[in-house]
Ligand binder design. Structure first.
Ligand SMILES: Nc1nc2c(ncn2[C@@H]2O[C@H](COP(=O)(O)OP(=O)(O)O)[C@@H](O)[C@H]2O)c(=O)[nH]1
Ligand SMILES: [Mg+2]
Length: 286
């Protein structure tokens, strides 16, 4: 799913924060915005925020370390959590390269968290491509909060799914969650054929226009506005650490794929010299 943006000549990995309303998705983005230096992040864009609720999405772009000589950006996007906004949430989950599922660990919120996670499982089944999930056990500061181990049982997660304990309000666990999502996102660059970045997902403005088209569907329900504010954060993950997830040979492959994606788009082919074999080429996309 990872894309190549031929305008900026860079890879784009989309990290979508899903979870029930009030779990702390927007708070995660706000903290990220605080900890990432302005030179490496955008501002948070939250179209049509209403009384502090995310009506459509929050959006924040972070610059990551270059991969295989090509720039890398992470787009952080939160979804509206309320079930009535599911028609707005669905296209955002469908385009995710990585999903961070934010749990409200308060004892009274477990039913909502389970329901929302079931909805996520259903959305993932609809996808043609697999997606990695990271679960954040947020609001660990609340009295009687379910432990990460208990949440794992309640959500029936096997040990392969990373679970990160957090108090997003104070910032605890926000960076760890983001770092894990970025690591997984970089791994997703490794196997997949890169597709040219679809214009609808290129920036927050276009994404807003895209999500608005779902308002016209008969099943769309009443129009509401939820904003997503995502800011770039201070990324702790070093370039070498990122590269370690890929391996030197796949960095070359990555660059080669980026070049081909640029060529396919016919707009701005990369200026890097033409390469030879690309042994790590993934299967072609459907
Ligand atoms: N006690 C506590 N409150 C939190 C935490 N994270 C977020 N909140 C609060 O929960 C409320 C909902 O957060 P928000 O980020 O808007 O939730 P969203 O609907 O998932 O985007 C806000 O009042 C936050 O300040 C946390 O870890 N602990
Ligand atoms: Mg929100």
């Amino acid at each position: 799913m990872a894309s190549f943006d031929s305008e900026r000549k860079c890879h784009v990995v989309r990290i979508v924060y899903d979870g029930p309303g009030f779990a702390g998705k927007t708070t995660n983005l706000k903290r990220v915005h605080e900890i990432i230096p302005p030179s490496r992040r955008s501002e948070i864009v939250t179209p049509a925020e209403l009384k502090g609720r995310t009506m459509f999405f929050d959006w924040l772009e972070i610059e990551g370390p270059r991969q295989g000589g090509v720039g890398l950006y992470f787009q952080l996007i939160t979804v509206p959590g309320q079930i009535e906004r599911n028609y707005r949430r669905r296209p955002l989950v469908a385009m995710a390269d990585v999903i961070v599922f934010v749990c409200d660990s308060s004892p009274g919120a477990i039913a909502d968290t389970q329901r929302t996670f079931a909805r996520l499982r259903a959305s993932i089944k609809r996808r043609t491509e697999p997606v990695s999930i990271i679960v954040q056990a947020n609001k660990q500061d609340v009295e009687g909060a379910l432990s990460p181990a208990m949440l794992r049982r309640k959500l029936r997660l096997d040990g392969s799914i990373p679970m990160i304990s957090a108090n997003a309000a104070s910032g605890d666990g926000v960076r760890a969650t983001l770092n894990e999502a970025m690591r997984v996102g970089v791994r997703s660059l490794k196997g997949a054929e890169l597709t040219p970045l679809i214009a609808e997902f290129a920036n927050a403005d276009n994404l807003f226009d895209h999500v608005l088209t779902f308002e016209d569907l008969p099943s769309a329900g009443p129009v509401d506005v939820e904003e997503v504010n995502v800011r770039a954060e201070d990324i702790d993950v070093e370039a070498q650490e990122m590269a370690a997830h890929l391996g030197a040979s796949s960095l070359d492959a990555l660059e080669a794929r980026a070049r081909r994606a640029a060529a396919r788009s016919g707009l701005h082919p990369l200026e890097a010299p033409a390469d030879g074999a690309d042994g790590a080429e993934g299967a072609s996309r459907p």
